[in-house]
Design a protein around this ligand. Structure first.
Ligand code: FAD
Ligand code: DLZ
Ligand code: SF4
Length: 509
């Protein structure tokens, strides 16, 4: 019998993947490929490539041990076509196959590429999410605004998670208000478990060091979990040691502390080593057992059951055009400092440094430091999206694009965020200790020493006044702007322009 090809991508490493569930172990051939087309273009962080290649190799070995035939291409194999479509065509010829069965990729580029193959391709829904795309689109239909909060409540009702009958546990759906405490440097900072590279990972690390040394990011110190067992260990450790304080310090930032009380589970979760519903159930169980307070449990569950499901729904519903949206018509090139260029801005310097070292930064660092700055200066959303997609180990377009273009840059015109996440230095100063070690002064509102976020904040609001003045959530901000004396306003705007001119000239800022 002519075999059928079963495609398993580097972020589809789940034994219960829909394509595997519908495949025939006796006759089908599983195709997996390490390819430059995915790893080298755009140039992903070396730790992200190492994570994916190591986890792919281990997953393939398990499939083979379970009786599957796996056609696995290593990056340096001589016949490797170096693209996913090229590998499928090569394997089709090799095995006399005319059909491909796959689980829908989380990236419109790959979906289109598969749909254009001169083979019969059957794409199955990705059942690793808690909601189906039909459910999401049914919820979205006819709504004027697609706010995450309301979708999240539906998901709570659907799963029964953190419910007390038909009411939310504790009487409120959302405890975000309790989750805004700044961390103090002397608070106990639990360490995240490190998974020492085994033989397979070490071989991959050597490969990545050889082949991708020109990519932004450090490879040293790679210690991400690469198997489901290690990922479970990481989850157990989070629940035991950091979950209790997760909620309270969710938005806090501390110099030199990359993790604080975050779970660091997104890289493993997004490649399929963990199951999102299982994470929510584990979180609820910890709360019901009295181990963690409700604000931590609800906060964590909302990120997964709410945000993660919601952003995927938006990305898939809006289609391939989502990533090229540019509602605010921003066209400034992404400054070199994002790629490690030196800067005197302590907050940006710290977040880019941590990103380079770990292929990780937590949500508020991504949103309110690198994202906020890109928004305020008017950086080109396509360039910003490429940066986020490359530099984070957990970045896949279905989750990266809506967070970057939508939540952070308002490039989708408000599909995701009801107002732009623009903030002055005041916010960063409240939530972190970065400003104390900065060359700029966060209290100064004008002049060469003034925190650039202070200047750019008003410059951004002034520039987009027509669009945002009528937004009810921005009324008080514009009222403050209106109260400012005209000469003060002119000074702020002139200083912001001066700063931007230096930035554009490639000067150190
Ligand atoms: P925790 O803080 O411990 O949260 C627990 C889990 O909740 C995470 O593992 C993640 O799966 C989920 N989660 C939290 N926030 C979000 C969110 N906004 N959207 C989707 N899931 C969420 N997350 C990615 O997984 N991949 C990305 O490429 C990505 N890009 C982002 C880009 C920008 C500009 C911003 C502002 C956020 C982005 N996020 C992305 C969301 C969030 O920053 C990360 O999920 C989180 O930092 C992962 O770290 P953690 O596992 O320690 O999360
Ligand atoms: C991100 C990534 C990288 C770096 N390398 C590979 C690879 O070599 N082979 C592969 O199958 N997948 C890789 N991936 C993940 C894909 O880019 C991902 O499946 C799509 O972007 C859809 O989310
Ligand atoms: Fe960042 Fe401004 Fe604070 Fe410096 S003063 S760390 S630039 S917020």
């Amino acid at each position: 019998m002519v075999s059928r090809l079963i495609l398993v991508l580097g972020d589809q490493l789940t034994p219960t993947l829909s394509a595997l569930e519908q495949a025939n172990r006796e006759t089908d051939v599983v195709v997996m490929a390490e390819v430059r087309g995915e790893a080298g273009s755009p140039k992903h962080h070396p730790q992200k490539i190492a994570l994916i290649f190591s986890a792919m190799r281990k997953f393939a070995a398990r499939l083979e041990a379970d009786g599957w035939t796996v056609a696995y291409a290593r990056l340096e194999d001589r016949d490797n076509a170096q693209t996913i479509d090229g590998e499928l065509l090569r394997r089709a010829e090799e095995h006399g196959a005319t059909e491909v069965l796959c689980t829908t990729p989380g990236d419109w580029r790959l979906i289109q590429l598969l749909d254009d193959l001169p083979l019969k391709v059957t794409r199955l829904p990705d059942t690793r999410f808690i909601s189906t795309q039909e459910e999401f689109e049914g919820w979205a239909e006819g709504r004027k605004e697609l706010r995450m909060e309301f979708f999240y409540r539906e998901m709570r009702r659907k799963t029964g998670i953190l419910m007390d009958g038909d009411k939310p546990e504790g009487g409120k759906w959302n405890y975000d208000h309790d989750n805004r405490a700044p961390a103090k440097a002397d608070l106990f900072q639990p360490k995240v478990p490190a998974f020492e590279p085994d033989g397979v990972t070490q071989e991959v690390l050597d490969l990545v060091a050889r082949e991708f040394s020109d990519h932004f990011g450090d490879l040293d110190g790679f210690d991400y979990p690469t198997t489901p067992e290690e990922a479970q260990e990481a989850l157990d450790d989070f629940i035991e040691n950091r979950f209790e304080s997760f909620g309270t310090y969710q938005d806090a930032m501390l110099a030199g502390e990359p993790h604080l009380y975050h779970s660091i589970l997104s890289p493993a979760l997004n490649i399929g080593l963990l199951d999102p519903l299982d994470l929510c159930k584990r979180a609820e169980a910890a709360y019901r057992a009295g181990k963690v307070p409700l604000n931590s449990a609800e906060g964590f569950i909302r990120q997964i059951l709410g945000w993660r499901e919601y952003v995927r729904g938006i990305y898939m519903m809006d289609g391939p055009a989502y990533t090229s949206r540019n509602a605010l018509r921003h066209h400034r090139d992404l400054p070199w400092l994002y790629w490690g260029g030196e800067t005197d801005m302590a907050c940006l310097s710290e977040v880019v440094r941590l990103t380079k070292e770990n292929a990780y930064a937590h949500h508020i660092q991504r949103l309110m430091v690198t994202g906020n700055f890109a928004l305020l200066i008017g950086a080109d959303p396509a360039q910003v999206q490429e940066w986020y997609l490359c530099v984070y180990a957990d970045a896949f377009e279905w989750v990266e694009a809506p967070n970057t273009a939508g939540m952070s840059l308002f490039a989708d015109g408000g599909m995701i965020a009801s107002k732009p996440y623009a903030a002055s230095g005041n916010y960063i100063n409240r939530m972190s200790d970065y400003c104390a070690g900065c060359a700029y002064d966060v209290r100064q509102k004008t002049g060469d020493d003034a925190c650039p976020f202070n200047l750019l904040y008003w410059w951004f609001l002034d520039r987009h006044e027509q669009r945002f003045r009528k937004n009810v959530r921005m009324k008080t901000i514009y009222a403050t702007w209106d109260r400012m004396k005209d000469d003060r306003k002119s000074q702020v705007l002139a200083d912001a322009e001066k700063f931007l001119a230096r930035l554009d000239a490639g000067e150190r800022v």
